[in-house]
Structure formats: structure tokens, C-alpha cells
Design a protein around this ligand. Sequence first.
Ligand code: COA
Length: 386
Amino acid sequence: MDQKVINPEYTPEPDKMNVKKGLEGAVVDTTSISKVTPETNSLIYRGYRVQDLADHCRFEEVAYLLLKGKLPNSQELAAFEQQERSYRSLSPATKQVMSLLPSYSHPMDALRTGVSFLGTEDERIWDRSSNLDKAIRLLAKIPTLIAFDYRTKKKLPIIEPNPQLPIAENFFWMCFGKVPTPEVTKAFDASLTLYAEHSFNASTFAARVITSTESDLYSATTGAIGALKGPLHGGANEAVMHMMLEIGAPERAENWIRQALAQKRKIMGFGHRVYKFGDSRVPTMKKYALKMAEITGQTKWMKIYDILERVMVETKKIYPNLDFPAGPAYYMMGFDIPYFTPIFVMARTTGWSAHIMEQAANNRIIRPLSEYIGEAERPVIPIKER
Ligand code: COA
């Protein structure tokens, strides 16, 4: 066997060999996009409290803020919206690809495929200087892809995007062929703002890792969609509603959760890696979910909500995250459960694109280490002798 020669200039860095499972507590880069402060349960996007943005701004203003770094004035917003609305339609080829997908495919898989296909259509795919324009294209086309998948799978005629309508209203229009009352569209619009950005969460980090190899924005977004799909991340808003349907009635909620906890089941929509005393976005989303309960008369979901929250906090000191109120809110708005996480993508594409541009502007390839715990080095025995 070869003699091992240790490079005399090599000094091990013990600090680098501390395994940080799940990267817990690891600060991997700087960002000026958003800040989560768990001590005060707060989240700011470029300095603005997310609750204030959700209540006082439309999602388009927040998208502008995340992508361009400042809140727009009226003229800037009008120009931005005009550009976004002009990009909403899908090409015939994209429609064809989307309509070829199996009827049983999950909408997140359909959306991941759709976004990946959009990348193949963009001749400037490698041109990073057009990333902002690409980001606006995705902001415009992702809702159309989702609505296209929804109507195709329901065997309903496709409804083209309406350039007269803002993003929230247009999404209802493309899915259902009608726009609900302003109270409903406000609740939906606010949810998009709350979902838009959350620092180095798993999907955003995935997007930054892909960007760090100097790959393109569509690839990074496609990878981010794959990461968001998981039930420990964005998929939780769907899981919450499945859980609420399984419980079925407020009278069953307390027994259900106590039994689930005794069986060591994970309660979807609870817990967070960063927030340990409550998620800053929950009170605002809960307010809009309660509004939906009032409008639709479906009061049982929020009664189940309160019971689950009380038991989780009393027994485990674990608080709800944004997916907990968002799940029932989307259900009461009339969306099918498999479309909840794609709606999250509609919003988070803004945060992802902002991070992709930030990473590209000041890049270093992301390449962490691992501690090897496998077999010690051993000789290869030729196959006949094994
Ligand atoms: N239900 C029951 N117990 C939970 C829980 C939940 N939703 N979330 C965390 N816990 C428990 C863990 O089992 C663990 O208990 P243990 O120490 O006895 O093993 C403890 O709380 C610490 O949790 P941990 O798994 O270390 O948290 P994490 O930071 O690794 O994971 C989440 C964070 C979000 C992935 C996790 O809370 C979770 O799976 N939540 C449900 C899915 C969800 O809502 N995801 C959306 C996130 S925005």
C-alpha cells in the first residue's frame, strides 16, 4: 500500500469539525433582505415589520421591496405592475408540457416541472445581469402555472390571466373564474406578504447553494420548490388541513392531540427552528383566518385551532408557525389542499429571487465539510477473492 504522506503545512482546524446537525446555530453568510429576531418574535423585510407590510401594503409593493430594496412610490409601482402583468401568459409549449403531466401528479411537482421548463425557454438563461427581469417573469408566471394545473386536472376550460387585476385577484380569477370580495382577496394578499421571505430557511438556502455554483435563477428556483415541498417546510400548510379534517370537530380536538402526543406524533404547523416562543407572522395570519371563518360561517376550524394551540403550549411549550393559520384560511377561501404549498411558492419566489441576486452579487461557492463515520481505509480485494 502507498505510504501516507501528511503535508507538513497542514494544521487541522478542530473548530471546523464540530458537527452542527441541521446547521443549527450556524451563521453561513450575511444578508440585507430580512431578519428574524426570536427573542422579540419579530421579522423585518429590509427594515419593515412584516405585520405592517401585510396590513398596509399590497403584495406587489412587498415584491418590489424584496427585489429592489425599497418600497415603491406610485409611479414605480405602476411601472412594476405593468411589467409583471405583461409577463403572465404561458407559451403554447409550456401549456403543452403542463397538460402532459399525469392527472395524479401533485401540483408542487407540476409547478417544479413548469418552472424548470420556463428556464429552457429563456435564451438568456446564463445571463445573470437579467436576473431581476427573470424574477419578475417568475412572479408573473408562477400563479398562471398553478391555475393552469388546477383547471387542467379538474378538466375545466383554462382561464387566461387578466392584466387588469392585481396578483391576488387575478389568481382567484384564473382558478375560479370569479373574484371574491375585497375582504377575501385582502386575506389572501396578506398571506402572500407573510409567506414572501424568511431569511436562510431550507428552500432559500437550497436556492443560494445552487446559485453559488454559478448556476441560473430557474435552476435555483426549481431546487427551492423541491425543498419547499417537504412537510417539515412548506408542505406543512397542507398537512395542517389534513390533520384538521382528520379531527373533524372541536369536541374531538383535545383527545385527538393528547393521544397524538402520547404516540409521539409530530403536530403539523407547530414548532420552528428559529422561533421558540411563537412565530411573528402567526397573529396577523390568525386574524385573517378568523375573518375567513366569519365570512364563510365555517367556525369549527378556528375552534379546533384554539384547542390544539392551548394543549401544545401547555404541555410542550411549542407554538404554532405560519402554516397553522394559513392552512384553514386557504381551505375557507375555497382552494383544494394540494394547492396550498404552490400558493406558498407564489409568494416565496420573491424572497428566493432576492436571495439568488444577493448570492450572485457577492458569491463564494457553498461547500461545507462532513465528519466521516464510515469504515476505516481498507484494501480492495479483487472480485474473485471476495
Ligand atoms: N410536534 C411535536 N413535537 C415537536 C414538534 C411538533 N410539531 N416540533 C418540535 N417538536 C419536538 C421535537 O420532537 C423535539 O422533541 P425531543 O427533544 O423530545 O426530541 C423538540 O420539540 C425540538 O424539536 P426539533 O426537532 O429539534 O426542532 P427542529 O428545529 O429540528 O425542527 C421543525 C423544526 C419545524 C422541522 C419541527 O418543529 C417540525 O417538524 N414541525 C412540524 C412541521 C412544520 O410545521 N413545519 C413548518 C415549519 S415553518
